[in-house]
Write a protein that binds this ligand. Structure first.
Ligand SMILES: *[C@@H]1O[C@H](CO)[C@@H](O)[C@H](O)[C@H]1NC(C)=O
Ligand SMILES: *[C@@H]1O[C@H](CO)[C@@H](O)[C@H](O)[C@H]1NC(C)=O
Length: 191
């Protein structure tokens, strides 16, 4: 069986949060308060991500493709830098299903639990990830300090050294006006 690049897809899941000051910013965007930061998703084939069901037709499993209907499940740590030894601030748990006959895209469902200095809770992701192109995945909701949050995440591959995969996850989160005084938005950068 080929490499786990299909995991690549999982990238979606990805999430790495780096709440390092330089990568965190808050803005007022058309009345919506926003928070942007970057984290790194640490994934290891057959340890934190598995192929559960191999699909029925289409290309075989490779770094960029998987058979139609393939199901992958992951539980990955999110760290503040690409180094897997760096501080862990979150967990990404979810699944992806190959949803195109050419094997190049997956429907992704992911719950990302975050435990950062001023923000604790989870966000839920639902979208389609292309295995080669970088695309955005919608945030469909959240819990805790991320209650009512909207926005998207942008996962991208940083390194793939079989069996280890590192994804960069950029978070673009927006709170509606009635949550404008939320604690997540107060302390970073003095805003
Ligand atoms: C990752 O971090 C550890 C612990 O701080 C350090 O020993 C190691 O050299 C780092 N690895 C890389 C590739 O920078
Ligand atoms: C993961 O496990 C599967 C099933 O045992 C095996 O075919 C595959 O080569 C393994 N991949 C890696 C990178 O260990």
């Amino acid at each position: 069986m080929a490499q786990p690049l299909h995991l690549y897809v999982l990238a979606i899941l990805l999430l790495a949060l780096s709440f390092t000051g330089t990568s965190t910013s808050t803005h007022n965007y058309h009345g919506l308060k926003s928070l942007r930061f970057t984290l790194y998703q640490q994934e290891t084939i057959n340890k934190t991500v598995y192929l559960i069901v191999k699909g029925v037709t289409g290309p075989d499993i490779s770094p960029s493709t998987s058979p139609f209907g393939s199901l992958f499940v992951n539980q990955d740590l999110l760290t503040v830098t690409p180094n897997s030894s760096s501080k862990v601030v979150g967990v990404a748990e979810g699944a992806s299903i190959t949803s195109r006959l050419d094997g190049l895209a997956n429907i992704v469902v992911e719950k990302i639990t975050l435990d950062m200095e001023h923000c604790k809770g989870s966000i839920s992701i639902l979208g389609t990830a292309h295995n080669i192109e970088v695309n955005d995945l919608p945030v469909v909701g959240g819990t805790g300090d991320f209650m009512f949050v909207q926005g998207y995440i942008t996962p991208s591959l940083v390194t793939f050294e079989n069996p280890s995969i590192v994804y960069k996850i950029e978070f673009h989160l927006y709170w509606p006006p009635y949550m404008a005084n939320h604690c997540c938005l107060i302390d970073e950068n003095g805003i």
